[in-house]
Each structure stands twice: as structure tokens, then as C-alpha cells.
Design a protein around this ligand. Structure first.
Ligand SMILES: *Cc1c(COP(=O)(O)O)cnc(C)c1O
Length: 394
């Protein structure tokens, strides 16, 4: 018998000043403002985490227990291990040979936000948080509400007033307090930080605690495992705050150090944003290492209406380091791509998934990919919670 897999979480390290923090206490960001990144004892992890040992483990993200926080007692709804399916219709339509869709629409609460909330709520409960709060465009709120309910923790959500009704109804069904805020997600974030200061809430905002990133990073482990422990040449990711992309980049680094894949060639990371809110695309195009906040963000792809992110430098670094790129697509392109996804592949993609497809189309048009490359396209959630596709008659 091989020994039980155990979390090898070792420390938290600031991404800016490299200061270390003890993971036995709750932490937000570093005093210098930097994002905290979880570090593991990877040599110890490698003793039990191998291609062979993983094969027979449970079909959830917790199969990578050694490199996740709190895996001895997770708050879990079975998230992770979503299909990586060949997308034959879309491949033909784009002139590609090896296109895959990583379909997160079947996750608990209908989006990949489940991955990060499972790990974040696991650690918040373990370390004694009592009341959780976060700003959200909808999906992060749904997921926090569900995992909070499962963990027995109160959840306060701050959502833009124009958030589609299904998100609000779902969150209230789980028992969360839903607060509607005039403005976008950044205005919601201000309200959360007021409650953190005055009420002692624990802030689950993107990148403001270290563990949502850890759940999201399992996307990278899964893609590698599902491709037989090889990495694809290209990943196309609809980017708001960027946790999923930064998480995958972190996963690829860990996977190399764990020697789960051979060679050091990582995928080219392609960021897709909406033309009405594209701070990372603008920063990438101008060669900047940080992204200035976007004024007056607008797009119906709510998960992409993120005018500023604490992880901007981490996203931009991953894109540049990987030889990737960043593209912006219009809401009309997003709508067209959602219909193509639905009618060609039988996937009712969320608008953000539509954006990823529209972005890939642009990259193909500018010859940014070769037809034989393995390309992973993300559908990050279900279309059912925001079913009004512009131009589609009811
Ligand atoms: C939150 C969200 C995104 C953006 O995710 P990040 O990792 O924060 O960039 C994309 N798609 C959907 C459906 C989302 O809910």
C-alpha cells in the first residue's frame, strides 16, 4: 500500500516582496499589497504523487491532494475532473486539427468558480473565519454561497445591480445575504472592504486570499493528466481577474518540479477579454507590466467585466513568458460564438466561453496558431444563468 496522500502546504509567499507567512493563520494580502502564493514541500509531495498513483484516485480536483490546501478535510461538492472533449465541429470551422474544449459548465453551481471556492472555504473554515464576504459578477457568488452553506458559514455577497436574476435567486436559496450595488464589481469590492474593517468579515475576493488560486490551478493539473501528462501547445482563456490563468501557470511550474511531465515547454497562454473592458489586453499591447484600471467597463459577459485585478502582473507575466498573446472581442462576436458553440457542439456556453471562442477565431485569423497544434479552449460555465444572448429571439 502506498502511504495516504497528505497536503504538503508549507508556507505562503508574497508574489511581490517574497516575504513568507505561516499558513496556520488566516491571511489576506501582504502588507506590501502583494498577492500571497501557496508553496508546498514538493519533494515530499512527489513521494506519493505520481502518474501511477493518481490514476485510481477519486474523480475530483482533490485527487491532487498533496498540492492542495486542507485536503485532509475538504469542503467539497465533487468539483473538478470535467471533460476535455475534442471539439470536432469547431475545429473544422476554424481549420484546426486538435482542438479541445475544457467544459466547466457541469461543475457544482455551474461554473469553474466551484474549484476555487472549494479550497478557499475549506481553509476559511479550518482557520476559524466566521463570516465570508465577496464582490462577484454572479458565479463566484453562487459558488461561495453553496460552499458557505455546506461549511456552515455565513456569506455576504455584493453584486452589481444589473446582475442577471438567476444568480441572485440561486445565492439566496443557499442562504447568502445578497447586496445589490450601483456600479461594477470594483464598487462591490469597496463595500466588502468596509465590512471587513467594521465587522471582521473574511474577504474572499479574487487574489485577496491565497486559496481560490489553488483550486483554480487544478485546471492545469487536469489538462496535463487528460492529455496523458503532456501539455498542450495553446490555452485560450476568458480572463477577468485572471485566477484561472495564473493558477494554471503555477500548476505547470509545480508539475515540472514534480516531474509529472517531461521537458519544460509550457503552453502559450492566450488571454481573451471583452472590448468594453480589456485592461489586460491594453497593458499587454503597450508592453506594461501592470494594468491601469479600465474606465466605464461594459460587456454582457459579466465575468469579464473586471476593470482592475490585483493579479494583473501575474497574468501579464504568464502571457509574455509563454509567448502567448491577449485579444479583445466585441459583444457581437461573443454572441455569435455562443450560438456556434451551442449549435455546433451542443454546449450552451456562458458568454465568457463564447468570448474565448471568438478570441480563438481572431488568433487563427492572424495566424497565431498552427493547424496541428493542441489547443485547449475554455468554456468556463453554463449559459443557463444568463440566457439572454443579444440578438437571439426568445
Ligand atoms: C469569473 C469568471 C471568469 C473569469 O475568471 P478569472 O479566472 O477570474 O479571470 C470567466 N468565466 C466565467 C464564467 C466566470 O464566472
Amino acid at each position: 500500500m502506498s502511504p495516504e496522500p497528505r497536503s504538503t502546504l508549507d508556507a505562503l509567499q508574497c508574489a511581490l516582496c517574497q516575504a513568507n507567512f505561516d499558513p496556520a493563520a488566516l491571511h489576506a494580502t501582504c502588507a506590501c499589497g502583494g498577492v500571497l502564493l501557496a508553496r508546498y514541500r514538493l519533494e515530499e509531495a512527489a513521494r506519493t504523487l505520481s502518474r501511477a498513483s493518481i490514476r485510481d484516485r477519486e474523480a475530483s480536483q482533490w485527487r491532487y491532494a498533496e498540492v492542495l490546501p486542507g485536503s485532509e478535510d475538504p469542503v467539497t461538492l465533487g468539483e473538478g475532473m470535467t471533460p476535455l472533449r475534442p471539439a470536432r465541429f469547431l475545429a473544422r470551422s476554424l481549420g484546426l486539427e486538435r482542438l479541445y474544449v475544457k467544459d466547466e459548465s457541469i461543475q457544482p453551481t455551474g461554473s469553474f468558480k466551484a474549484r476555487g471556492m472549494a479550497t478557499a472555504v475549506t481553509m476559511a473554515r479550518k482557520l476559524g473565519a466566521k463570516r465570508l464576504a465577496l464582490p462577484s459578477a454572479g458565479n463566484a457568488g453562487s459558488a461561495a454561497a453553496a460552499y458557505g452553506a455546506l461549511a456552515g458559514l455565513a456569506v455576504d455577497l455584493f453584486l452589481p445591480v444589473d446582475t442577471p436574476a438567476p444568480f441572485l435567486l440561486e445565492a439566496r436559496a443557499y442562504g447568502a445575504e445578497v447586496h445589490l450595488v450601483a456600479g461594477d464589481i470594483s464598487h462591490c469590492g469597496v463595500r466588502v472592504r468596509e465590512g471587513v474593517a467594521s465587522e471582521g468579515w473574511f474577504d474572499l475576493s479574487t487574489f485577496r486570499e491565497p486559496y481560490r488560486l489553488e483550486g483554480k490551478k487544478t485546471l492545469g493539473y487536469e489538462i496535463a493528466e487528460q492529455l496523458g501528462w503532456e501539455l498542450p501547445e495553446v490555452i485560450v482563456y476568458p480572463t477577468g481577474g485572471g485566477t484561472g490563468l495564473v493558477g494554471m501557470w503555477k500548476a505547470f511550474e509545480e508539475i515540472e518540479r514534480l516531474e509529472l511531465v517531461r521537458g519544460a515547454r509550457r503552453p502559450r497562454m492566450i488571454v481573451v477579454q471583452a472590448a468594453g473592458c480589456a485592461p489586460l489586453v491594453r497593458a499587454h499591447d503597450s508592453g506594461a507590466s501592470r494594468a491601469a484600471a479600465w474606465d466605464d467597463p461594459h460587456t454582457y459577459a459579466g465575468g469579464l467585466r473586471v476593470p482592475a485585478t490585483l493579479g494583473d502582473h501575474l497574468v501579464l507575466h504568464a502571457v509574455r513568458d509563454s509567448g502567448g498573446t491577449a485579444v479583445a472581442v466585441s459583444d457581437a462576436e461573443i454572441a455569435g460564438a455562443q450560438l456556434e458553440f451551442a449549435r455546433g457542439e451542443g454546449v450552451f456556453a456562458c458568454p465568457e466561453g463564447g468570448a474565448a471562442l471568438a478570441g480563438l477565431r481572431r488568433v487563427v485569423a492572424s495566424r497565431g496558431v498552427d493547424r496541428g497544434e493542441r489547443i485547449v479552449l475554455f468554456n468556463t460555465g453554463t449559459g443557463l444563468k444568463c440566457p439572454d444572448i443579444p440578438g437571439l429571439r426568445a
